[in-house]
Design a protein around this ligand. Sequence first.
Ligand SMILES: *[C@@H]1O[C@H](CO)[C@@H](O)[C@H](O)[C@H]1NC(C)=O
Length: 330
Amino acid sequence: LKGTWISSLCILLGRHNSYMGQDNHTSVSEFLLLGLSEKPEQQLLLFGIFFTMYMVTMIGNLLIILAIYSDSHLHTPMYFFLSNLSFVDLCQISTTMPKMLINILTHNKAIPYAGCLVQMYSFHLFGTMDSFLLAVMAYDRFVAICHPLRYATIMSPRLCVLLVGGPWGITNLQSVVHTSLMAKLTFCADNKIPHFFCDLMPLLKLSCSDTHINELVILIFGIFMGISPLVCILLSYICIFCAVLRVPSAKGKWKAFSTCGSHLTVVLLFYGTIFAVYLQPSGPTSPQKDKAAAVMCAVVIPMLNPFIYSLRNRDMKSALRKLISRTSSQ
Ligand SMILES: *[C@@H]1O[C@H](CO)[C@@H](O)[C@H](O)[C@H]1NC(C)=O
């Protein structure tokens, strides 16, 4: 899968370069990422905060992946999906943070045109993959709670691979479409992006071509890619709640529900942020607000996922403890 998206990206970028030869309107060969703040006295503070967050995210998610691989108790679909989620979080934060940190350090705001498209491609790929994995994990909890006896036969290795591979295919398609439509746009004199990475909307605003088709495609994909995981999550949880209500004892109810606690927390955090950001009463949207929203989605959520899972989950905690004691005894 990775191979196909990289090669489609190369075709796409190659086509862009040949456009550049014919069309001298495309005068922009690089963009300037203005970052979160342009005040020189804040740069060191920004670097410190985001470097720390980046390191915490990398270490937290890597520990989760290692703990799951090294503990055979955790070789179940639920934990495979969780390690996929950690992997996607690692990749997502790595599409934006290293570039931003390097730009702060070197006092250089430039990002090449191709780099900008790659950043946009990967950010949308991993961001959408995050929500699809949350949906897959909700379905996994639904099967575990509503059909506990048939869990092992339903969640076969083949279905698990399909449940992860399918969303990779769909999200790659979305990113290819967005990126190739973006590559067709013309950028004139203005190349300053008031943001800390190349995202769809700030780039569309800079373009001097007609962006109606791009906006329409963004809307259509946004509705489909936004609603389908959410519907899957809601349906799964409705069934889970009904099944839990039917459990006679309070202790049994709690036990059945406790396996969904971490997942529900992550879902609420993820969709809570998205709704808080996109469904706010319409008013003048300030660039400051857009940046705060992007920091939440691109940095804070990938950082918090491992904590939610490892702090609330006893199996995860014991796997982490074993991993740490094994590495420290060597
Ligand atoms: C992702 O999930 C698949 C299917 O369950 C599993 O085989 C694979 O090892 C997981 N990958 C990662 C990086 O955790």
